[in-house]
Design a protein around this ligand. Structure first.
Ligand code: UDX
Length: 482
């Protein structure tokens, strides 16, 4: 028989709120704590402050197991206290731990000797933070001449935005770092339902067919912290790797989508995260790669592979502009339309989005910029209030009067673009730069667009396309490779 635990979660951002509603969904008594009164008011009213499928359903379904407050007092009888506060990165790449330290200082007041309590780090924190947290708690207790029965554990999450609830219920693995067996048992108990074959998440999120049970990895705190950075840096590197290959594909005349298919079928490599294009963005990859490089620097240890992955990712954004210059020659005064702004589809999140850099470049180059995104336009307006970006209602309104359209985010609806209608509304050479390689070059070309992809032989700068078309006009035959 399983025991339901009392869990306090500090921080109701993506990680904290998702964890909170999911743990309540599997029967634990959860209290979510946040210093932001507005957020707490919304949550009490059953509204999610973040856009994330499934959260509002769980707020309803698990309402009797969930409460929201700005006070820390409930930590007093918590079995588990989860820290999920923000750890923004400073310019240097170093994580800012001030929210973390403030939360820890509050929590200590509610740690006591009557029962065992685990303090869990779920925020992405620099390697060594769990040990530091333990030292901070111990030294405060010492000063107050008090004792408590506690341990600090590390329990990193790997949830993707837009799939946060799904990833929490059905993770590939659950990582628990703790040196103390009591802490380990407590957390194993907390996650027990997710590790059972019979587990069925509350309605809105059923187990996908054939989805394997998560692996449970128990390890020391520092290794657990390292796993998070190593995983995200690896994924970022994997994307930069295929992006680096895509550039060479353009030179030698290969198609990176074919190459990715060919290498991805090797089970040791795997086919996911091999989509070449304008590169990665989001709240995690940029921050985590910067942080791991920074940790290395503290030990005078260089991380050349991860540093290169970051540089390649930056270069992809410039490549987009270069492609535009190679085809348009003059960018100043031209009208450029951006299809998609968010760093990935199904979110309005603009953090580290390639679109932000690209808008900046285009404005600096003197282009007139138009944009369309299904949901991220208000955020972009707020981010760049000073820039005269023209926001439009749909893809056709966007294309109207554009010399070039740049596809930045692979929203599902952009996979079925009315290319001919787009072309009809565009002017000049009707350049279409596909930053995600999701449009069929042949179809785009038939529709009258000058298609440019990333690493797609013959479609790297628009000139391949022209060359093919001229070849066909001159000879009546298709060009090699067409
Ligand atoms: C990521 C990790 O996947 C998750 O495990 C971690 O905890 C947080 O960071 P997220 O940032 O939500 O999640 O998005 P993800 O779906 O991983 O995409 C990240 C970026 O990589 C996006 O900008 C996406 O467009 C880009 N990407 C992804 C590619 O450019 N090519 C690919 O093949 C895959």
């Amino acid at each position: 028989s399983r025991k339901n635990l009392k869990v306090c979660i500090v921080g109701t951002g993506y990680v904290g709120l998702t964890t909170g509603v999911c743990l309540a969904g599997i029967g634990h008594d959860v209290v979510c704590i946040d210093i932001d009164e507005k957020k707490i008011r919304m949550l009490k009213a059953g509204q999610s402050p973040i856009y994330e499928p499934g959260i509002e359903d769980l707020l309803k379904v698990a309402a009797d197991k969930l409460s929201f407050t700005t006070q820390y007092t409930d930590c007093k009888d918590a079995d588990v206290i989860i820290l999920a506060v923000g750890t923004p990165s400073a310019k240097s790449g170093k994580a800012d731990l001030s929210y973390m330290e403030a939360a820890v200082t509050e929590i200590v007041n509610y740690l006591h000797g009557e029962k065992f309590q685990v303090v869990v780090n779920k925020s992405t924190v620099p390697v060594g933070t769990a040990q530091r947290t333990e030292m901070i708690i111990s030294s405060i207790l010492h000063k107050q001449n008090r004792q408590a029965n506690f341990a600090v554990a590390s329990n990193p999450e790997f949830l993707r935005e837009g799939l946060a609830v799904h990833d929490t219920f059905y993770p590939d693995r659950i990582v628990i770092g703790a040196k103390n067996t009591e802490a380990l048992n407590s957390l194993r108990n907390m996650y027990a339902p997710l590790l059972e074959q019979t587990f069925a998440a509350p309605k809105a999120c059923p187990r996908p067919e054939g989805f394997p049970l998560p692996a449970l990895i128990t390890t020391d705190v520092t290794s657990a912290e390292m796993i998070k950075y190593a995983a995200n840096s690896f994924l970022a590197t994997k994307i930069s790797y295929i992006n680096e290959i895509s550039g060479l594909c353009e030179k030698v005349g290969a198609d990176v989508t074919e190459v990715a298919r060919g290498i991805g079928l090797d089970k040791r490599i795997g086919s996911r995260f091999l989509q070449a294009g304008v590169g990665w963005g989001g709240s995690c990859f940029g921050k985590d790669t910067a942080a791991i490089i920074n940790t290395g620097l503290e030990y005078a240890y260089e991380m050349p592979i991860i540093s290169a992955a970051v540089a390649v990712n930056k270069r992809q954004r410039s490549r987009m502009i270069e492609k535009l210059q190679e085809s348009l020659k003059v960018v100043r005064g031209r009208t450029i339309g951006l299809l998609g702004l968010s760093f990935k589809p199904d979110t309005d999140d603009l953090r580290d989005a390639p679109a932000l850099d690209i808008i900046r470049y285009l404005v600096e180059m003197g282009a007139r910029v138009k944009a369309f995104d299904p949901i991220a336009m208000p955020n972009c307006k707020a981010y760049y209030p000073e820039l005269a970006v023209e926001y439009t209602d749909d893809v056709l309104q966007l294309a109207s009067g554009c010399d070039a359209v740049l596809l930045i985010t692979e929203w599902d609806e952009f996979r079925r673009l009315p290319l001919e209608q787009l072309a009809e509304r565009m002017t000049g050479s009707k350049v279409f730069v596909d930053g995600r390689n999701i449009v069929d070059p042949g179809v785009a070309q038939e529709a009258g667009l000058l298609y440019i992809g990333f690493g797609r032989s013959g479609y790297e700068s628009g000139w391949g396309y022209n060359w093919r078309r001229f070849h066909r006009q001159l000879t009546g035959k298709q060009a090699v490779g067409e």
